[in-house]
Design a protein around this ligand. Structure first.
Ligand SMILES: Cc1cc2nc3c(=O)[nH]c(=O)nc-3n(C[C@H](O)[C@H](O)[C@H](O)COP(=O)(O)OP(=O)(O)OC[C@H]3O[C@@H](n4cnc5c(N)ncnc54)[C@H](O)[C@@H]3O)c2cc1C
Length: 409
């Protein structure tokens, strides 16, 4: 089905990722999850296959191509189909580097992007704080100018790939008095004095990928590491980044849903009860059909939202938020159904489906919870309400005139 939507270029990247997913990710996924260990050999396989190049512009060592964001999504989908942790561990490099791609100075791009494209250096994204998640603009981390440096102070919460990453895109307040230009973004390197890793989280899912506190205790960052060279645009850059990265989370969810569906199908066709395979039962068939239909619908939304970004459309957030909302809810539903279809075995760590369910949950939370996605979608919708003025003759509201007259008097 998906081939209808994909070009040769897309299939090239998808197949490369699929090969690695089957050769090295799936066989090792359960063990890395159990040990909560970063999968360095898998990262090396991804690097050797050139997969880190895919979303980076060609002039900075990237792969170029017509549809970098869709290619990224296809890779994340394939990796997540075998392991949701590996999927996000890869995708978060795009989240960390999008600020540089979208808003960095030419020198910043030159300095950082080629190494990221080579997979030589990993990059993470530090926006959230203990008391500032959905409401990221209320962050407290401070960046104070000091000659030709900024001094960063604050703690960031839940930095994915923290500790294994070499570079951190970090957001901090540069002008506490300003409403619209309060925040700026900085590129911080792990060896800069004052930077350290705090608590390493013990998580429900995506357990092979570290999620940590990152501590900025007087980190002196040269002015040339102020993203884009101008202060005050950090929040805008963070939002632009999330709009570009959300199809990636949606793709992670899609891969998890697809992977769990495949295991469920495999199981019900082989597990027997009441004189035949479970797949002969009408109720089971109906559930498989619903799972597949949701996965297909999620796939169309994910690919469309990625293509929308690749064609540089305006208002990319509308479709990106829908893709994230729908695909992540689908992942939660389908992975939970897969556990149910496995019966008691589904609940056991000896079988892979419980991990899919654990890995799926976080996709509804990070890079903007699904409640926040609904806000984005609804705001876009309400803004577009004027397009429906043509419905007025079919929908008379005479009280509106009366109310207007009353207000006027
Ligand atoms: C495993 C993991 C990895 C992460 N990785 C990163 C990372 O790499 N970088 C990074 O910067 N951050 C990261 N995060 C942070 C993540 O993006 C935030 O957890 C998320 O944005 C939600 O923020 P919060 O946890 O503070 O929840 P809160 O903002 O406190 O929200 C709590 C609940 O209230 C709801 N809510 C909040 N506001 C509204 C509203 N206006 N209307 C309706 N409901 C609302 C939320 O949807 C949620 O259900 C990660 C988090 C986790 C758990």
């Amino acid at each position: 089905m998906e081939d209808i939507l994909l070009s040769k270029e897309n299939l090239y990247w998808r197949n490369k990722a699929r090969e690695i997913a089957e050769d090295v990710v799936r066989p090792a996924a359960a063990e890395y999850d159990r040990k909560q260990e970063y999968p360095t050999p898998i990262k090396e396989a991804l690097r050797e296959a050139g997969l880190f190049k895919v979303w980076i512009p060609e002039e900075y060592g990237g792969a170029g191509g017509e549809t970098p964001v869709l290619n990224l999504c296809l890779i994340v989908e394939e990796l997540s189909r075998a392991c949701g942790g590996v999927g996000v561990g890869f995708a978060v490099n795009a989240l960390g580097s999008f600020p540089i791609i979208l808003a960095g100075t030419p020198e910043q791009k030159e300095r950082y992007l080629p190494d990221i494209a080579e997979g030589k250096r990993l990059i993470a994204f530090c926006l959230s704080e203990r008391l500032a998640g959905s409401d990221a603009a209320s962050m407290k981390a401070l960046a104070v100018e000091d000659g030709d440096h900024y001094v960063l102070r604050g703690e960031k919460k839940w930095t994915t790939n923290g500790g294994v990453a070499d570079i951190y895109t970090m957001f901090a307040v540069t002008d506490p008095e300003s409403r619209s230009r309060r925040i700026s973004a900085f590129v911080v390197e792990k060896d800069m004095e004052g930077f350290s890793i705090g608590k390493v989280e013990d998580k429900m899912g995506i357990r092979c990928i570290p999620v940590v506190e990152t501590i900025f205790d007087g980190v002196r960052v040269p002015r040339e590491n102020l993203l884009g060279g101008k202060p005050g645009y950090g929040f805008k850059h963070a939002m632009m980044t999330l709009d570009h990265a959300r199809p990636g989370v949606a793709a992670q969810a899609l891969g998890l849903a697809q992977g769990a569906l495949e295991y469920a199908l495999h199981w019900v066709c082989r597990r027997h009860a009441f004189g035949g395979p479970l797949s002969a039962q009408g109720q089971i068939q109906g559930r498989l059909a619903d799972m597949q239909t949701k996965v297909s619908a999620a796939r169309y939304l994910v690919y469309a939202s990625a293509r929308n970004i690749d064609r540089k459309a305006r208002n990319i957030n509308f479709l990106a938020a829908q893709a994230k909302l729908f695909a992540t809810n689908t992942a939660m539903e389908v992975t939970t159904e897969a556990v149910q279809l496995f019966g008691g075995y589904g609940f056991m760590r000896d079988y892979p489906v419980e991990k899919y369910m654990r890995d799926a949950k976080i996709t509804q939370i990070y890079e903007g919870t699904n409640e926040i996605q609904r806000l984005v979608i609804a705001r876009n919708l309400i803004k577009s309400a004027a397009h429906y003025d043509f419905l007025e003759p079919y929908c008379p509201m005479p009280w509106l005139d009366e109310e207007a007259e009353e207000a006027h008097n």
